[in-house]
Design a protein around this ligand. Structure first.
Ligand code: NCD
Ligand code: ZN
Length: 372
């Protein structure tokens, strides 16, 4: 595995002077914000050579991350997750205390015995349910959710959380309705039938999802990505197709974006940070049938600070980014802190590693906050 450091073509702002509106003096110290070190409760590292790029990008800021299992072949067993975890640990610098938390890929063939084995392993955080065909590398996912009763029952009994990609895949359902219909058809019945099962509805994109999670019982929570609070479907489709803003579930209309912003800054502990950082090489995005996924790891906390700042809610960032996820998963809150300083800069336009190029989310655009 290559350990070459990725090169980032960041264009850092040359001036560290504060924004002109904050003071007339050129010696004012930039505003700063210190928060408990955050965790990323949903992301994609991929495997192989790429790990030397993706893992340090996240470990730069985050203390823990839930690593999604949609590799090819998928991470379906405890043994495969342990192997994958070793690949991740191998690219971490000695001094890093970053902790990958592994999600297992739920298939139609997962058995209650598999769940019991997973429950014994402290490195495994839960099972990820992909409806077959819903997103990148989901073809081995679940085809008949209604047949998963015994497995969900065992997860409930052993306290194993269920992480859900909440979209139906029926071809007749409009792509913009797939999350709402999933909630009605599958999620509502699951939460009713298994009231003691911990459920995370991942990367929510609609007001319907935010409302559902808020009103559901206490063991139902949701992650929110930076792109779903910073953007809506105009950012995908107006003035041309903006492929680097394409992810699944797809960006929705502005009213949904606003509902997600309100959920994120509400201080309600059911909503917490999960970037869904999902790298695809430039050529796989910029093509006739481009892959879904926004690669945000290099600017993740900065993007959330941007969004919370725009909403005048920076005081709500720490709960969302650093407390609520840990509380939900029954893990200790981190004891270290990070400091963000208000110093405008620009997100990298490209990232290169091992001869490949990625165009990250928000490429080349301005950001107000940097990690000190
Ligand atoms: C993710 C990926 O590329 O693995 N893509 C995405 O658009 N979010 C898969 C996922 O989380 O749906
Ligand atoms: Zn994801």
């Amino acid at each position: 595995m290559s350990n070459t450091a990725p090169s980032i073509s960041a264009i850092h702002a040359t001036s560290s002077a504060p924004r002109s509106d904050s003071s007339s003096s050129s010696h004012t110290t930039p505003a700063s914000l210190t928060i408990t070190r955050p965790d990323d409760w949903h992301l994609h590292f991929r495997d192989g050579d790429m790990l030397a790029m993706t893992v340090p990008a996240t470990a730069r800021v985050f203390r823990r991350a839930i690593v999604m299992p949609n590799l090819v072949p998928p991470v379906t067993t405890v043994a495969l997750a342990e192997q994958y975890r070793h690949h991740i640990m191998a690219v971490l610098p000695e001094e890093s205390n970053f902790e990958p938390l592994m999600a297992l890929y739920l298939t139609q063939g997962t058995s209650p015995a598999d769940v019991r084995e997973a429950a014994q392993n402290p490195n495994i955080i839960g099972y990820k349910l992909y409806p077959a065909g819903a997103t990148t590398n989901s073809s081995s996912g679940v085809r008949t959710i209604d047949a998963m009763g015994p497995v969900l029952e065992t997860m409930q009994e052993f306290g194993v959380p269920l992480l859900i990609h909440g979209e139906v895949t029926e071809p007749e359902i409009d792509i913009f309705d797939r999350e709402r219909v999933f909630i009605e058809r599958y999620l509502a019945p699951i939460t009713q039938k298994f009231p003691r099962l911990k459920v995370v509805l991942e990367h929510i994109t609609t007001k319907d999802a935010a409302d559902f999670v808020r009103e559901a019982h206490d063991l139902v929570a949701a992650t929110i990505t930076p792109q779903h609070i910073l953007m809506n479907r105009n950012d995908l489709l107006v003035g041309g197709v903006h492929v680097h803003n394409y992810c699944l579930p797809v960006l929705k209309r502005r009213t949904h974006q606003e509902a997600l912003q309100q959920a994120a800054i509400s201080g309600n502990p059911k909503f917490f940070l999960g970037t869904d950082s999902a790298p695809h090489v430039q050529a796989a995005k910029e093509t006739a049938c481009g892959c879904a996924g926004c690669f945000s790891a290099f600017t993740a906390i900065e993007l959330y600070a941007e969004a919370f700042g725009q909403l005048n809610a920076l005081d709500k960032l720490e709960g969302f980014a650093s407390h609520f996820g840990a509380d939900f998963y029954g893990r200790p809150r981190n004891t270290e802190t990070i400091t963000l300083v208000q110093k405008p800069w620009h997100a990298p336009k490209t990232v290169t590693h091992g001869g490949e190029t990625w165009v990250p989310y928000w490429a080349g655009r301005a950001l107000q906050w940097q990690v000190a």
